[in-house]
Design a binder for this molecule. Structure first.
Ligand code: DQA
Length: 148
């Protein structure tokens, strides 16, 4: 199998992991999660990016698509998941597979979190496994590449 390049994209407030509502999101910081991914998948080339800004996330997705060497995206869009039509349209506008991930199970939380406007344009959805959601997302992408 060729080396895969995967973008791990995190949206608003995920920079606060470790400090933010640990009873919901756990104790791992985003740096911990990213480091653990690198350790768990030594054969994968990761690009890690987090922003509080919706537009920066869109630009990163387009950059990734235009570069032509990105095999897939692991996306935790945070609250944008629930209302950003701009993000949904951006995912729909690119051809690389995007896996939607969430640390918490969004379907077991408040009503407003039970709707994702991006799921329909994502290749898969993983929600509720804490930091492991990212690992499961990477496994999903690897499986998709093997099917090609
Ligand atoms: C989240 C769930 C979202 O509802 C929330 O806004 C987040 C994090 C998660 O990883 O569980 O910021 O995406």
């Amino acid at each position: 199998m060729d080396i895969l390049s995967i973008l791990v994209l995190n949206g608003p407030n995920l920079s606060r992991l470790g400090k933010r509502e640990p009873e919901i999101y756990g104790n791992h910081t985003l740096d911990d999660i990213n480091r653990e991914l690198t350790e768990a998948f030594p054969g994968i080339s990761f690009d890690f990016f987090q922003s509080e800004e919706e537009g920066e996330l869109l630009e990163k997705l387009f950059h990734c698509e235009d570069q032509g060497n990105c095999n897939g995206v692991i996306l935790n869009a945070g609250a944008l998941t629930h209302y950003s039509i701009a993000l949904r349209d951006a995912i729909g506008a690119i051809s690389i597979p995007v896996i939607e991930v969430h640390l918490s199970n969004i379907y077991a939380r408040e009503e407003f979190r039970r709707t994702s406007v991006i799921s329909e344009v994502c290749s898969g959805v993983i929600s509720g496994f804490g930091a492991n959601s990212y690992h499961l997302g990477v496994r999903g992408l690897i499986g998709m590449q093997e099917l090609k």
